[in-house]
Design a protein around this ligand. Structure first.
Ligand code: DQQ
Length: 577
């Protein structure tokens, strides 16, 4: 009995270890429901976002397969139909005609076949010739391997493409021998290259090297692995949710993913790092013949590289919108309260506001701006103009409900000679600098900015601000989110987020900021979308009508509000809840 029992235990442990390895490879905390009775909710239901994309209930993560098809925008997303923690993952599906009001449909893809029976993970949509959409996604197969499957709409004349069918020949891509079947996922939108080949990449790693494995196909059925990967980078770990697309060298026009390259086109490769839970992208050149992507080398090709967003933003994905000739970015803004709270709230995860994305004029980075449709939600507003913010003081912006607003402000800073000296050791660690020099730490030029979701006495507040330093030959310009005082609740995760803004301070001293505030999320766009930061916060008193908005200046330089406009935001139709 002893030995047998022992063997049983060993097998059980092995199975558990295997399950754990597979689960961990998804880099989400995994809880098999039902868990013990959830604790009483400590997060007010008033903190649910109103104009950010979310389902009526439960857990969501990565945006999947965004596309525009026959007049309708589709957003699929990773969803747990059974609870508000990660698990039992399927593709939920919503549709919209304006990217603002969303209608939830029945789930589109869920485990039904051996090659996805243990989960339907992230993937992308491609529109094939003849206007036929296809989805390629990662299935967790009966052996817990990550494989790639395709699904097609059952009925192309259904305007919402409600039902999706999986051909019998799935999976179309399986990990070859010697490949790591637990690190092989998240296929990109395919692009059509010369010679009639479809190409796409699958995220992976080899030891510690992150890798975008390239596949080619003539018919979207038989896929052949290319001899070399599209790109790889040492010590970056697993590359989740890669995204690869062309951008115009000049202007804000978006390009179709298959757009032929030329001297007026650059390519972007974005990866989501399972190791750090941050993303980074490089700008580079793609050789369509050799199928090789070479980053320009203007930014690091590792976790210290350029990010779309320096805050809570992960597993993002872009798509080309032919209706308005733009490229739109979706990204998941996960919760930052506790898992127990997520269980008790019954909801977890939102998508950040979709953003139009284009290359900056100097070609050094991407620019982002909330899609113009968002402005249709703007209602009652107030304006503040030409108003000095007292040094070491603040102004309250009154007259609107500040828990659900869109704020645009232009500051005018004079007295830059008061800027503190820049220590070069700060160059690579903006986040630590912001953690050290928080909003309450007096400075020279700045900190100045907004206290949002603040209580009347500012005991609770999330600060969105700038600080300017004087380096050897130029000014260094830091943008921060400081949620360390966002709530009176103890033991909350309240990370400061920051980045240097890659612009020269204009002669005029004018610096702009836009913040989208929606109860428990703050999404900020510094200097016209040069630097973006998103935070999730959970005030305990600055909730609903008790949330206030302040402008502050905690530095010695003079800061004037040239113009501030704040709009209350209407509540769109959000998946029926
Ligand atoms: N989430 C999915 C994976 C992906 C990860 C699973 C990224 O496909 O790698 O829910 O958040």
């Amino acid at each position: 009995m002893g030995p047998r029992r022992g063997a049983g235990w060993v097998l059980a442990l092995l199975a558990l270890a295997h399950w754990w390895a597979v689960a961990m490879e998804a880099s989400h905390a995994v809880y098999e429901s039902p868990r013990s009775a959830p604790p009483a909710a400590t997060v007010s239901s008033e903190l649910r976002t109103r104009y950010h994309f979310r389902p009526p209930r439960n857990w969501i993560n990565d945006p999947n397969g965004p596309m525009y098809y026959n007049g309708v925008y589709h957003l699929f997303y990773q969803y747990n139909p059974n609870g508000s923690v990660w698990g039992h993952i399927i593709w939920a599906h919503s549709v919209s005609t304006d990217l603002i009001n969303w209608e939830a449909l029945e789930p589109a893809i869920y485990p039904t076949i051996p090659s996805d029976i243990n989960g339907c993970w992230s993937g992308s949509a491609t529109i094939l010739p003849g206007n036929r959409p296809v989805i390629m996604y990662t299935g967790i197969d009966s052996q817990n391997r990550q494989v790639q499957n395709v699904a097609y709409p059952k009925n192309l004349s259904d305007p919402y493409l409600r039902e999706w069918v999986k051909p019998e020949y799935n999976p179309v891509i399986a990990p070859g021998s010697g490949m790591d079947a637990s690190a092989f996922r998240d296929p990109t939108t395919a692009w059509l290259g010369g010679g009639g080949h479809w190409k796409l990449v699958v995220g992976s790693k080899w030891n510690k090297k992150g890798e975008a494995i390239l596949y080619r196909s003539r018919d979207f059925v038989r896929w052949i692995k290319a001899k070399h990967s599209l790109h790889a980078a040492r010590d970056t770990g697993m590359w989740e949710c890669p995204d690869f697309y062309p951008v115009a060298l000049r202007g804000q026009r978006g390009l179709d993913t298959s757009a032929a390259g030329g001297s007026d086109v650059k390519h972007i490769l974005k990866v989501s790092l399972a190791l750090t839970r941050y993303e980074y992208y490089t700008i580079g050149t793609y050789d369509h013949v050799k199928d090789k992507y070479v980053p320009d080398g203007t930014s690091p090709d590792d976790h210290t590289g350029l990010r779309y967003d320096y805050g809570n933003f992960y597993a993002s994905k872009t798509f080309f919108d032919p209706k308005k000739n733009r490229r739109i970015l979706w990204g998941w803004a996960n919760e930052s309260d506790t898992v127990d709270d997520d269980g008790a709230k019954g909801w977890a995860g939102i998508q950040a506001i979709p953003r139009t994305i284009w290359l900056s004029r100097n070609g050094r980075q991407l620019m982002q701006w909330p899609i113009e449709e968002l402005e249709s939600l703007r209602s009652k507003h107030i304006v503040v103009q030409n108003t000095q913010v007292p040094r070491g003081g603040f102004l309250e912006v009154q007259g609107i409900d500040s828990s659900q607003v869109d704020v645009e402000v232009t500051f005018e800073v004079t007295g830059l000679e008061k800027a503190e000296a820049f220590d070069p050791s700060w160059t690579t660690n903006a986040e630590a600098l912001c953690g050290q020099k928080r909003a309450n730490v007096r400075g020279g030029a700045g900190p100045f900015g907004l206290h949002v979701l603040a209580s009347a006495n500012m005991e609770e507040r999330t600060s969105v601000f700038f600080r300017i330093f004087k380096a050897q030959t130029k000014y260094k310009f830091l943008m921060c989110h400081d949620p360390t005082r966002s709530t009176l609740r103890p033991n909350m995760y309240k990370p400061t987020f920051a980045s240097f803004v890659d612009v020269d301070i204009p002669e005029s001293g004018k610096i702009s900021l836009r913040s989208l505030i929606d109860h428990s999320v703050v999404e900020s766009f510094g200097v016209g979308g040069t630097t973006c930061i998103t935070s999730r916060v959970y005030p305990s008193t600055a909730i609903g009508r008790n949330a206030h908005l302040f402008v502050f200046n905690n530095g010695l330089a003079n800061v004037k509000v040239s113009k501030l406009k704040a709009w209350e935001m209407k509540r769109p139709f959000m998946n029926g809840a």
